[in-house]
Write a protein that binds this ligand. Structure first.
Ligand SMILES: Nc1ncnc2c1ncn2[C@@H]1O[C@H](COP(=O)(O)OP(=O)(O)O)[C@@H](O)[C@H]1O
Ligand SMILES: [Mg+2]
Length: 304
């Protein structure tokens, strides 16, 4: 069987390159594998393959599976519709709320919209369709309308997209992953070990410069009742968003209230780095087993 590992050249950084190389190496133990970039000659090349491990990013994570659907080539990860929804945090939250999955109160403010006053300060202002903490700084948390207006305008001009204004949940942070119908052990991200004065959330600098200061606890030390509730919401979110194969969701908990923040429909799979890898290792899967499980589960759908 010939497998293509598909990636996106326009969005490569060190950890992405390590992910692509690592997935390539794991699959090479069992299959004939090629690295294929999503570029002009993609259509000609891709028809030669029997399966695709999709490691594309951002908008490409919609285009790659859409093309593979057309050619009926089995691929890992979700279908284009689910990626298209999850790339947009506002649309994701609308769907989660409709299905009774708790998410913080919010408003979406599109470019040229009036910036409404809100009733849920402090609030955090995020770009609606980015990831990896892009656009998140210490001043993303606002306490009054003046600061809110400034931040929303900044998101509009920097990212050319709607801003998501969401109640800031000053609580514990968790991430929950699902792979091949299995909810993995919940990961807690502890920000209390960051240097004094630093924001207690994944701002861009906390995620990318102070990573070694944040503490990861997996399995999270939480009551089994809370764990069950989080896992049940995660399964429900997975289903109502039409996800398949694997995904990861970020959430916060304050008191006994759970708040889902966002859904990553194509989370990173970088060894010794990505959240989902930490979860899988806690569940007893090596990196190699996790990658093989993902591909095996993806291929199962095409059997029969
Ligand atoms: N409503 C919120 N309350 C508290 N912290 C938040 C909230 N929204 C985001 N954050 C913080 O910002 C981080 C990044 O936000 P998230 O919505 O996960 O976007 P992304 O990971 O795509 O950049 C979260 O991991 C969390 O630490
Ligand atoms: Mg996130």
């Amino acid at each position: 069987m010939k497998v293509a590992v598909v990636y996106d050249k326009s969005n490569l950084d060190e950890s992405r390159e390590l992910m692509i190389q690592s997935v390539y190496e794991v699959l090479s133990k069992r299959y004939k594998v090629s690295l294929i970039a999503f570029e002009d000659d993609f259509l000609e090349k891709i028809v030669m393959f029997d399966a695709v491990f999709n490691l594309s990013t951002a908008s490409k994570q919609v285009h790659v599976p859409a093309i593979l659907e057309l050619f009926r080539i089995p691929y890992t990860g979700s279908e284009p519709q689910a990626h298209a929804t999850c790339i947009d945090k506002i649309k994701t939250k609308i769907i989660l709320s409709y299905y009774g999955i708790p998410t913080p109160p919010f408003v979406g403010v599109d470019i040229n919209d009036d910036i409404p006053e809100i009733e849920f300060y402090p609030a955090i202002v995020k770009p609606s369709c980015e990831g990896s903490a892009k656009g998140l700084n210490a001043d993303s948390v606002v306490k009054d309308h003046g600061a809110l207006i400034k931040k929303v305008q900044q998101i509009h001009s920097q990212f050319k997209q709607a801003a998501l204004v969401e109640q800031f949940i000053d609580g514990m942070e968790f991430s929950v992953g699902i792979v091949a119908d299995e909810v993995l052990p919940i990961l807690e991200i502890d920000f209390s070990t960051l240097p004094e004065g630093m924001e207690r959330f994944y701002s861009y600098r906390v995620k990318h410069e102070y990573g070694s200061y944040t503490r990861y606890v997996c399995p999270a030390k939480i009551e089994s009742d809370l764990e069950e509730r989080i896992k049940n919401y995660a399964k429900r979110a997975f289903k109502v968003l039409g996800l398949r194969n694997y995904a990861r969701m970020d959430l916060r908990v304050k008191g006994d209230q759970i708040y889902f923040l966002e859904v990553n429909s194509l989370p990173m799979l970088t060894p010794n780095y990505s959240d989902i890898i930490k979860m899988a290792e806690t569940a007893g899967y090596s990196y190699e087993e996790l990658i093989m499980n993902i591909l095996d589960d993806a291929l199962k759908r095409y059997e029969g």
